[in-house]
Design a protein around this ligand. Structure first.
Ligand code: SF4
Length: 372
């Protein structure tokens, strides 16, 4: 398949790994901030093709995993009420809140609809005028344009029964939080190609300069990731810290200007709590005052007596350390025993982009998928 098979070519991947081997003269720690990249690395065993000098660190690249528990609790409260229909991506249903998850609410009769596009929720709202339809808007910059478009279309259609719980997070502030944290080990980044497809990569330049780290925009296939690592290593060995673009088949420097315009029309930047990590300034999106009437938390705060309190993860879950790359999932004492995809203690074991789920799926029996 064009644009797929050639990026999973084992011989091409091995050639790049040899280049990295020849280039790397010092130990370097490189972080990917994308759950899709984490899954590719673990699935294809890419980290094991690297010389011992190179350590890959998995970052907070799973938006479902960093959605704060208090917002999941809010979604559970609303979905439990017969007047409401909650629309969500399927990944969110098994993510634990402070007590229970959305799948449990659905099993007890809660009306929770899994949607594949945020725009599907608009048709559901139109078809159910007597009920309130709430969209759980989760994701990085990648899904923000369609959630913003859903708000604009809801306005156009005059839908009075549509609102959303917004939990969008932004990647660059998280990278800065990691780089400025005490004991940071990260010396270079693979930036997420899908995020940069929307936002471009100009905003990474000040980070590269301030913290003197190379940042390479990278795709998701094995060859993409190996090339991204090779580009980061070449810069590190040369003492450089630039932003480069490996994912040229998708990413332009300024991204998708129309998508960015839609985001800026509907959302503004604000503080955001990242589950397991804490609040990161200016790292989230919220509805602007013009669209605040679509904010479900504001709209139903009195009616449902929502008291959204910050809550903490299960005491055995070390997802905060996993999300910051301080431990590997397999180093968590509950991994594969008390915590499995069937009985997850934390979000990274649930989400298809979670690092713990990747390790469980591809490393718990030490079998990795062969490339073509
Ligand atoms: S393995 Fe489970 S308990 Fe451990 S950090 Fe991951 S999600 Fe949390």
């Amino acid at each position: 398949m064009k644009y797929l098979d050639e990026f999973r070519d084992a011989k091409a991947v091995q050639r790049v790994s040899k280049t990295i081997e020849r280039t790397a003269r010092h130990p370097w720690n490189i972080m990917e901030v994308c759950g899709g990249q984490t899954h590719s690395i673990v699935r294809y065993g890419l980290d094991r093709l690297l010389p011992s000098e190179i350590t890959l660190i998995h970052g907070p690249g799973c938006p479902v995993c960093v959605t704060p528990i208090e917002l999941i609790d809010a979604a559970i409260q609303l979905a439990s009420h017969p007047d409401f229909i909650l629309c969500s991506f399927g990944d969110m249903l098994r993510v634990p809140g402070s007590s229970g998850d959305l799948l449990g609410v659905k099993a007890q009769g809660g009306d929770i609809r899994i949607v594949y596009s945020p725009l599907d929720a608009l048709d559901i709202a139109q078809g159910n005028p007597d009920r309130q339809v709430v969209s759980f808007a989760v994701g990085f910059e990648t899904t923000a344009p369609t959630h913003a478009m859903a708000v604009l279309q809801a306005q156009q259609r005059g839908l009075q029964n549509y609102s959303m719980i917004v939990s969008h997070v932004l990647v660059p502030p998280a990278m800065e939080a990691i780089l400025s944290s005490p004991g940071n080990r990260v010396q270079g980044f693979l930036a997420a190609g899908h995020v940069c497809t929307i936002m471009g990569y100009e905003q990474y330049q000040p980070i590269a300069e301030k913290y003197k780290v190379p940042i390479v925009v990278t795709g998701f296939e094995p060859l993409d990731i190996m090339e991204g690592i090779a580009m980061v290593v070449a810069q590190l060995e040369a003492g450089e810290h630039r932003v480069e673009n490996q994912y040229t088949r998708s990413v332009q420097p300024t991204g998708n200007l129309e998508a960015r315009r839609v985001i800026e029309q509907v959302f503004e930047i604000g503080p955001r709590t990242w589950r397991g990590i804490g609040e990161i300034p200016e790292s989230g999106l919220r509805l602007t005052s013009q669209f605040a009437h679509f904010d479900a938390l504001q709209r139903f705060a009195d009616r449902l007596s929502l008291s959204i309190q910050p809550t903490i993860d299960h005491s055995e879950c070390q997802s905060g350390l996993v999300l910051q790359g301080r431990i590997k999932p397999s180093e968590c004492s509950s991994f594969g025993t008390r915590c499995t995809p069937e009985h997850p203690l934390g979000a990274p074991m649930v989400s298809s982009e979670g690092a713990c789920a990747a390790y469980y799926r591809f490393r718990s029996h030490e079998v990795t998928e062969p490339m073509s």
